[in-house]
Design a protein around this ligand. Structure first.
Ligand code: NAP
Length: 434
């Protein structure tokens, strides 16, 4: 371990808040900027952003970054500095690989979101980190903000996992769910994804499975402890999927998703990426837009599911900062010396939600008009009125749904309605969670 890192570790162990863990950020793009924001806005005085490094850095400078942060375009000066943790967010293989190797060589821990680097050199770099007494964390490299990698490496490490399957590419999922829902041709769904910024101009890596298989290789490394070259995993394209395939899939109560799956059976890892039919009402079938879903299967714990935003600056930055905090705690001997502040808020149940109101009434003319009058007087907006036929008129159930309002606004109206002569039961009032 390098001298500075040892010093910081000791300081953190001793609870010295005057020697915070020093963090450098290399790459101030979509994710880097969001990471810097979180680090600068937080009240973590035990974790300090000291350097931001990017080529042509002048144009990157932001007024919200504290003045004691050093802006630089020299990667070398960052690596020679006394930082404890280097965050690599430039992407690609070179010079990212050299940055990580050189940081570890000088005893610095690294946090990265770089899937290409980890998919190709992950096990090698983990070994290098361990040899140098430091850590390499890459929780954001698969499924962006969904904490599936930390779960595999810690929360599920007690299980013996044998299967991992996922929707790992938001672009493909956006395109396929768009064809499914609007029955548009593939080319139109792709153009739309490009226009909305969900797909790059050259989307080959996404459409043909290159992106997803790199992520699958990382999941296999973290969860199945297998080293897999991404290129060794078969990847089938989604370009051939047509709207008519969704019609036929629907006949089978199925839909189509790009699924990445790896199943370890003895000494064989069955792995592939490509479009598959999945039951429409299954977890995979229900994943819409550009969300990611990962399902794991373990010998003891059974199946687990992880769903959320697979990309985007802010969700990915959360995963990066969480890794940084994890490493910093490791430097502090595994003990969090400076706990997150705990606040003592006032407690309220006054949620603002849409509402479901179910009435049982003795039928007579003017009931709906009377209820509507009370709701209008309390400034409540009716969303819908539902009444099923065939009930006895002396005990008639019907439902009114309301647009979002606070519990405190609804309550006086309910009290007023409870006194109505046609109400034969108290109104059942349920929030609608969407
Ligand atoms: N964006 C996401 O939603 C997402 C999700 C998961 C993981 N990731 C991963 O996170 C990493 C960063 O992604 P991003 O979307 O933030 O990329 P980005 O927006 O392209 O940012 C990369 C930044 O690094 C700088 N840079 C590139 N090469 C450099 C070099 N040789 N020296 C100094 N600076 C250099 C770029 O400068 P310029 O401005 O000059 O180009 C840019 O500011 C990638 O590994 C990516 O795969 C991203």
């Amino acid at each position: 371990m390098a001298t500075q890192t040892r010093k910081a570790a000791k300081a953190l162990k001793d609870g010295e808040t005057s020697s915070p863990c020093r963090v450098a950020l290399i790459g101030f793009g979509t994710v880097g900027r969001a990471v810097a924001k979180i680090l600068c806005e937080g009240d973590r005085d035990w974790l300090r952003l000291t350097h931001i490094c990017n080529r042509n850095v002048e144009r990157k400078k932001q007024p919200w970054v504290p003045s004691d942060v050093t802006w630089t375009e020299s990667i070398e000066s960052v690596l020679k500095s006394d930082v404890d943790i280097v965050i690599e967010l430039i992407g690609g293989l070179s010079p990212a690989e050299q940055i990580v190797r050189s940081a570890h060589g000088s005893g610095k821990s690294v946090v990265t979101a770089n899937k290409q680097l980890i998919a190709r050199h992950g096990s090698d770099l983990l070994e290098l980190a361990a040899k140098n007494g430091c850590q390499l964390e890459f929780g954001a490299s698969v499924a962006g903000g969904v904490p599936v990698l930390p779960a595999l490496r810690t929360g599920l490490s007690g299980d013996r996992l044998h299967g991992i399957a996922g929707i790992l590419n938001g672009t493909c999922n956006y395109i396929l769910s768009r064809i499914e829902n609007a029955r548009v041709p593939f080319s139109e769904a792709l153009e739309e994804a490009q226009a909305r910024g969900y797909a790059e101009a050259d989307a080959s890596e996404d459409l043909d499975g290159g992106d997803a298989r790199a992520k699958l290789a990382i999941l296999a490394l973290a969860g199945l402890h297998t080293q897999v070259a991404p290129e060794s995993v078969r990847a089938r394209t989604i370009r051939a999927i047509d709207a008519v395939d969704f019609d036929y899939a629907a006949e089978l109560r199925c839909t189509i998703r790009q699924i990445s799956r790896a199943d370890l059976q003895g000494d064989t890892l069955f792995a592939e990426v490509g479009p598959c039919l999945v039951p429409a009402d299954s977890p995979f079938g229900r994943v819409q837009r550009n969300l990611n879903l990962v399902l794991t299967s373990g010998q003891y714990g059974g199946d687990m599911a992880f769903l959320g935003a697979g990309a985007g600056g802010d969700p990915t930055a959360v995963a990066v900062v969480s890794d940084v905090m994890f490493v910093a705690e490791g430097l502090a001997g595994g003990k969090r010396k400076v706990k997150s502040k705990v606040s003592a808020p006032s407690i309220s149940s006054d949620f603002e939600t849409p509402w479901y109101l179910r009435f049982f009434v003795r039928d007579q003319p003017g009931i709906v008009a009377r209820l509507a009058q009370i709701m209008a007087a309390h400034r409540l907006n009716i969303d819908s009125l539902l009444q099923k036929p065939g009930f006895d008129k002396s005990s008639l159930p019907f439902v009114i749904t309301l647009e979002p309002c606070r519990d405190s606004m609804l309550h006086p109206a309910l009290e007023e309605m409870a006194g109505l002569e046609f109400a034969i039961r108290p109104c059942l009032c349920l929030p609608i969670l969407r």
